[in-house]
Design a binder for this molecule. Structure first.
Ligand code: SAM
Length: 386
């Protein structure tokens, strides 16, 4: 496909999404109907669509509209692309720009458009992030870096990096975690490498790894919101641990046994009754469902779907999860709370509310991670009984 044809495909997909289809569904639908598209074409089209999702408001501002064509014109204008070369009507490229489309407006005057955030979220970002608000919102508009966790139970970081380089994946050390590598070249090849297939590395964000690194010693560990199991696998790589995984939605853990097997470790999956029967635990990790605002580079659709009501509902779920797990902790154990959110209402406020509800508890450790090249926005707090 020509660069113009890739833009036309992104326009088609964005228009499909305006009918209520999720990005992944719309991309899959397009790919199914476009067998001529090679893997590089699909990746380029996907990048266009996700770039728009990260910068939807400025794209609509510069493109002077909300449809796929306007959004792509606005995005490409922002990116400094040569629009007349892409919109030339040749082959499958979109038709040339009209005079109106070429009359680009100046920069947006209002802050929420400039920051590419919904209006209601700007005060929450400001209250949570203060002077870091603009930098965080801007970071959320960029493509997410790719990080790997080296399975140090099976290899060293140096050996993994050398083997990856031989298979065309270049990496450098990530400052947030001693097990983390940042991919600098060849990210799309990772899953085809023998290093990945043999379980020597896993895809995992740097800050997510740092959250696990900070978890205190303790043999019996319950990952209560295990999801896909990224953190459970990182915990299981610490050979001193026995890791149990639970999730309210067991389907989310379907791949976990196979991933644990590939990593040469094992994780016991527990349903709710088994969680109660197996208690107490030395450590309980509550990587709670959250807005995902620290990871909106990866899943930008969430930025536009979050509502004030949904955020309030999430904070109630976060409180409920902490209340449900606190009694399952052994004496001297640590309850670890974590989110990939940058909002204080999901982070420090939840810890404060927990301490208000539970006399005799303290939070000896809290850490926030900003949205950077080294990791997503995360928060973690340790809760202990005094
Ligand atoms: C942030 S994700 C977990 C990500 C995972 N820990 C990882 O590192 O890959 C949150 C998970 O919490 C689960 N969840 C939601 N409500 C829950 C509840 N009340 N009890 C347990 N898990 C819950 C969701 O199904 C989701 O998989």
């Amino acid at each position: 496909m020509t660069p113009g044809a890739r833009v036309a495909a992104a326009i088609e997909i964005l228009d499909d999404m305006s009918q209520g289809r999720a990005a992944e569904q719309a991309l899959t639908r397009w790919a199914r109907n476009s067998r001529f598209a090679g893997s590089k074409d699909r990746a380029a089209v996907r990048d266009h669509v996700f770039d728009v999702l990260r910068c939807r408001r400025t794209a609509a501002h510069f493109g002077q509209g909300q449809d796929g064509r306007a959004l792509m014109i606005g995005l490409l204008h922002q990116q400094g692309a040569d629009l007349s070369a892409l919109f030339d009507g040749a082959g499958h490229a979109p038709p040339p720009l009209s005079d109106k489309e070429r009359a680009f407006p100046g920069p947006p005057a209002d802050l929420s458009t400039a920051l590419n955030l919904p209006d209601w979220l700007v005060p929450l970002f400001e209250a949570s992030l203060g002077a870091d608000t603009t930098a965080t919102a801007q970071a959320l508009q960029t493509r997410a870096p790719v990080h790997l966790r080296v399975n140090v139970a099976r290899t060293t970081v140096l050996q993994a990096a050398e083997k990856l380089a031989l298979e065309g994946v270049d990496t450098e050390r990530n400052s947030l975690s001693p097990t983390a590598l940042t991919v600098t070249q060849g990210a799309r090849r990772i899953k085809q490498t023998s290093v990945f297939k043999e379980g020597l590395v896993e895809l995992q964000d740097g800050a997510s790894q740092a959250v696990v690194d900070a978890i205190p010693a303790g043999r019996k560990v319950l990952d209560y919101c295990a999801g896909g199991g990224g953190k459970a696998l990182a915990l299981a790589a610490q050979t001193s641990r026995r890791v149990y995984a639970h999730d309210a939605d067991p389907n989310r853990m379907t791949d976990l046994p196979e991933r644990a097997n590939r990593a040469g470790t094992s994780i016991a999956i527990l349903n709710h009754d088994q969680v109660l029967k197996t208690a107490p635990y030395d450590v309980i990790l509550c990587d709670a469902p959250c807005s995902g605002s620290g990871a909106w580079r990866r899943a930008p659709g969430g930025k536009w779907l979050l509502t004030p009501d949904r955020l309030t509902a999430l904070t109630q779920i976060q409180d409920d999860i902490l209340d449900a797990t606190a009694p399952l902790l052994s004496s001297g154990g640590t309850l670890v709370y974590a989110t990939c959110s940058v909002l204080a209402s999901e982070n420090e406020d939840r810890v404060a509310a927990f301490l208000d509800r539970h006399a005799g508890w303290a939070s000896p450790f809290q850490r926030r991670f900003g949205v950077t090249s080294q990791g997503d926005g995360f928060f973690t707090a340790h809760l202990t009984r005094e």
